[in-house]
Design a protein around this ligand. Structure first.
Ligand code: ADP
Ligand code: MG
Length: 887
């Protein structure tokens, strides 16, 4: 340190900024300067997250932030007031200029500039505000932060950092004030604050909250470089009172431990770590996933979690060993203390000078503070000095340490990551809400239908009633009129009789008719007419009134029927959307459980994945929903006019087809036919990929394999394969054909419909997953063929060779990918078992591969199978003799 000071070349009366390179920083230097962008708004930090990755560690967009250094002078103590009474202080402070003059003698001094100069009168509150507050604010915004005190024993490090201020709150130090600020700014429902308190002594880390735990190791995350102490006690803090208790406990343990070790606290480093975890909400489109593209739902905003750490370090006294007069154990101890402190000095020198190598690993202290100096944390250092001229040397060395630290540039980086747990929780809540909403809608719908029915019934009976009433009225009216007419006619008749007397009688007599006879005839005629009129009127009424009313009612009923159907359709769509959402949520949960990425249609290589939840006794939400929606209705959506609904429905069907328990029901309900129809009728690649995945899953079952073949599945799959660009589509198609290849009964049909050619056509894509499925198909086919030849069912050359598969087989027999190699090795052994293939195999170079397999294959069983096969074939044996190959 001293030599460094000489190089700095301080001169009387000149102000020396720490370095030219950093002078621009220093000009604006203030503890509050240049907060990183996230301080302005959480949104800006989130936007950066989206542009790169989801973990802070993977981002490279840091914000430069130099280590800020303040110097604090302790007032003279009682001893100094007496002993140094005749002497001036060794330093003179110019706080307004942020300068400090270190006296060499009465007439000569050196001037240094700091970020902040705190006189002996500076209050604890002011010290907190200029030194620690900006760091604490950064920590609340998601950055790591460090506040460290450095200085000779007795100069006020613990006073500055650790005072509890129980009897006088204005005396509270940085630790208490920082926690107060943190607690005031976090929400204890969504955020958490935990604390560890440690002591580093003789290169061992001891837990001050559990002193028996005295050899805690430092763990470094190899990816992010973050250090942590998983062995230390972490106590959750919910209020200031419990924090004060904790500090008191730690201090008591520290005193006890130091008494036992025969040392003082000034010889150990005390480290308080405050872990702050805060939840924030990101933008809606934070993760564009494949599923999202066609999804109907508005995704909830992505939850993010910020995990930052505030480290408060009360270092051991920086005085040199000789001053402490150490011997024996004490010397060892001093070396160890010195080891950490001198390693810290070396690291800071290296960082200040921009050296290529920073000896971080030389001590535990420097490993712990790796992020604080030259890392991603916002760091403030307070160097404490005493006024006594007797300690001028120590004071000078402390000042130089501070000057050096001012040159250290950190790259502040927000510690933010995607909060999977909270997303899963939120999705679950959303799902519950949707289910409840759906139930509510269903209930409302049922109620509405009931209401409409009731109303219709009421109206029908009302109309019926009115109609009957009207009829009755009309009938009565007619009757009355009729009676009236009859009465009038009778009166008229009597009148006539009276008027005409016998004249009439005579006339009537001459005509051969009695007078009564003619009138009775008239009456009968009138009656008839009347009746006819009544009937006509009745008919007219029925036609005009009743028929129109009934027609109206019929139409109303029809309309209501339509509306009901439409509502039912909407409910099916809603429910199947919910089903898809449930799948996604389960996928996410499973994905979290496994810690890896999920794929909805991975049933191909792992039949076990099918068993999944069906093993669980209780019903999953998916199964429950599935029952509610009904398979038939989901399948109907596959033919929907709306392409989004179609894609959505095929995904639901594919998800269901991945569960073995559902497969039979899907096929029974005609799902297989619908899926094949999708391959035939639509050009959309997503539909093809998802449908092919579902077919591949269904094709694992022998009965379905025959159905697929019967329904022209091979030519549809071949067609899809030749049109597809996306390797995932090809993988699904190849997987489906590979499953069919394993069926003994379908061999020749599969081949005649172009199955083998389709498989070979897909190798153009070159993707390993596709190649692996192709190789599996070939191995399956060769195995069935070999079995058929052995049983005498088949004769003649292999259809694989006929269809030109041999060159690809030979080419890939030694493929770097183990699954491909394994399938092909088996295929070659199967082919070689039949003499009819031997000649073609020799010409095609397969003999060399078989020889290699018999010697090099890592699997003993395949190795010996190859050897046996070669030895039992006269043609191969003759060729090997000719080539002088010995097994
Ligand atoms: P260190 O931790 O550096 O060894 P301490 O914090 O224990 O030093 O301080 C030593 C003594 O000086 C204590 O009695 C403390 O109360 C007193 N002291 C330190 N700084 C100040 C200050 N700024 N004002 C008043 N007293 C102080
Ligand atoms: Mg102390």
């Amino acid at each position: 340190m001293a030599s460094g000071a000489n190089r700095n070349g301080m001169h009387k009366g000149t102000v020396k900024p720490p370095s030219a390179a950093n002078s621009s920083n220093l000009k604006s230097s203030s503890f509050k300067s240049r907060l990183p962008p996230s301080n302005q708004s959480p949104g800006s930090a989130l936007r950066r997250t989206n542009s790169a990755s989801f973990t802070a560690a993977a981002r490279d967009d840091g914000v430069p932030g130099r280590v800020r250094v303040a110097v604090r002078l302790r007032p003279r103590n009682a001893e100094e007031l007496v002993a140094d009474a005749d002497f001036a202080d060794c330093v003179e402070l110019q706080p307004e200029l942020k300068r400090l003059k270190l006296r060499k003698n009465n007439w000569d001094s050196e001037t240094y500039e700091f970020d902040e100069v705190l006189t002996e009168f500076a209050s604890q509150k002011r010290v907190y505000e200029v030194v620690a507050k900006p760091v604490v604010e950064s920590v609340l915004d998601g950055y790591n932060g460090t506040v460290m005190a450095y200085g000779q024993t007795g100069t006020g490090k613990t006073f500055t950092l650790g005072r509890l201020g129980e009897e006088d709150t204005s005396a509270r130090g940085i630790m208490v004030r920082s926690m107060e600020e943190i607690l005031a700014n976090v929400s204890l429902e969504t955020d958490s604050v935990t604390v560890s308190y440690l002591q580093l002594y003789m290169e061992a880390i001891q837990d001050l909250l559990d002193p028996a735990n005295d050899n805690i190791s430092i763990v470094e995350d190899p990816k992010t470089g973050d250090v942590s102490l998983p062995g230390a006690t972490h106590v959750e803090i919910r209020d200031e009172h419990s924090f004060l208790e904790l500090l008191r406990l730690g201090e008591a343990h520290r005193i006890a431990a130091n008494t036992k070790l025969n040392t003082e606290s000034s010889r150990s480093h005390a480290i308080l770590m405050v872990h702050v975890k805060r939840s924030v909400l990101g933008a809606e489109d934070a993760i564009p996933s494949e599923i999202d593209k066609s999804s109907h739902f508005v995704k909830p905003p992505k939850p993010l979690v910020r995990k930052s750490k505030l480290v408060l370090v009360d270092l051991a006294g920086s005085e040199r060993i000789h001053k402490s007069g150490s011997e024996g154990h004490m010397l060892e101890e001093a070396k160890s203390i010195n080891l950490s402190l001198s390693a810290l000095g070396k690291c800071i020198n290296a960082l200040a000078e921009n050296s290529a190598h920073v000896p971080v690993r030389d001590s535990k202290l420097t490993r712990l503070l790796r992020d604080s100096f030259g890392g991603t944390a916002r760091t403030s250092l307070i160097v404490t000095i005493g006024p006594s001229p007797r300690h001028r040397g120590e004071t000078a060395s402390t000042i130089l340490f501070g000057q050096r630290a001012m040159k250290v540039e950190n790259m502040l980086r927000i510690k933010e990551e995607f909060d999977y747990k909270s997303l899963a929780r939120r999705l679950e809540i959303q799902l519950d809400k949707l289910i409840a909403e759906n139930e509510r809608q269903q209930k409302a719908f049922d109620d509405e239908v009931e209401r409409i029915n009731l109303e219709a019934q009421n109206r029908v009976s009302e109309v019926e009633r009115d109609f009957t009433d009207a009829l009755e009225k009309e009938r009565l009216k007619c009757q009355m009129e009729y009676m009236e007419s009859v009465k009038k006619l009778e009166e008229k008749m009597i009148e006539n009789q009276r008027k005409h007397g016998c004249d009439g009688f005579m006339n009537d007599k001459c005509n051969g008719k009695g007078p009564g006879f003619s009138i009775a005839e008239d009456v009968a005629e009138v009656k008839k007419l009347l009746e006819k009129e009544i009937n006509m009127r009745k008919e007219a009424e029925e036609e005009a009134g009743g028929a129109a009313e009934i027609l109206k009612l019929q139409k109303a009923l029809e309309d209501e029927g339509h509306q009901k159907k439409k509502l039912e359709e909407e409910i099916i769509i809603l429910r199947s959307q919910m089903l898809q959402l449930t799948f996604e949520a389960e996928q996410m949960r499973r994905c979290l459980g496994r810690g890896g990425s999920g794929n909805a249609y991975t049933g191909l290589d792992s039949p076990m994945s099918q068993v999944r939840d069906s093993l669980n006794g209780h019903k999953t939400p998916v199964a429950a929903l599935f029952e509610q929606v009904g398979l038939q209705k989901i399948l109907a959506l596959l033919e929907s006019e709306d392409p989004n609904v179609r894609i959505h429905a095929v995904k639901v069907v594919a998800n269901l087809a991945a569960e073995e328990a559902n497969q039979e029901r899907i096929v029974e309900a005609g799902g297989l036919t619908s899926l094949l129809m999708l391959l035939r009728s639509y050009e959309d690649e997503t539909v093809h990929r998802v449908a092919a995945g579902a077919i591949a899953n269904l094709a694992m079952n022998e009965a379905n394999q025959e159905l697929i073949m019967v329904q022209g599945g091979i030519s549809l799959l071949s067609m899809t394969a030749s049109d597809a660009e996306d390797p995932q589509t090809l993988r699904m198609v190849a997987g489906a054909i590979a499953n069919l290849c394993g069926n003994d009964k379908l061999q020749s049909k599969l081949r005649s419909e172009g199955g083998i050619k389709a498989l070979l056509g897909m190798v153009r894509c070159g993707h390993l997953d596709v190649l692996s499925q192709v190789a599996r198909g070939i191995a399956n086919f060769a195995k069935c063929e070999s079995r058929a030849s052995t049983n005498g069912i088949k004769s003649g050359r292999s259809l694989l060779i006929d269809d030109g598969a041999l060159p690809w087989i030979v080419q890939n027999a030694n493929n770097d990918s183990a699954p491909i190699r394994r399938h092909i090795e088996l295929a070659l052994c199967h082919l070689a078992q039949h003499e009819v293939n031997a000649k073609d195999m020799i010409c095609g170079g397969a003999l060399w591969e078989l020889v290699r397999i018999s010697q090099d294959c890592s699997r003993e069983d395949i190795r010996s199978l190859a050897r046996r096969t070669l030895n039992s074939s006269p043609v191969f044996r003759a060729e090997m003799r000719r080539l002088r190959i010995e097994l």
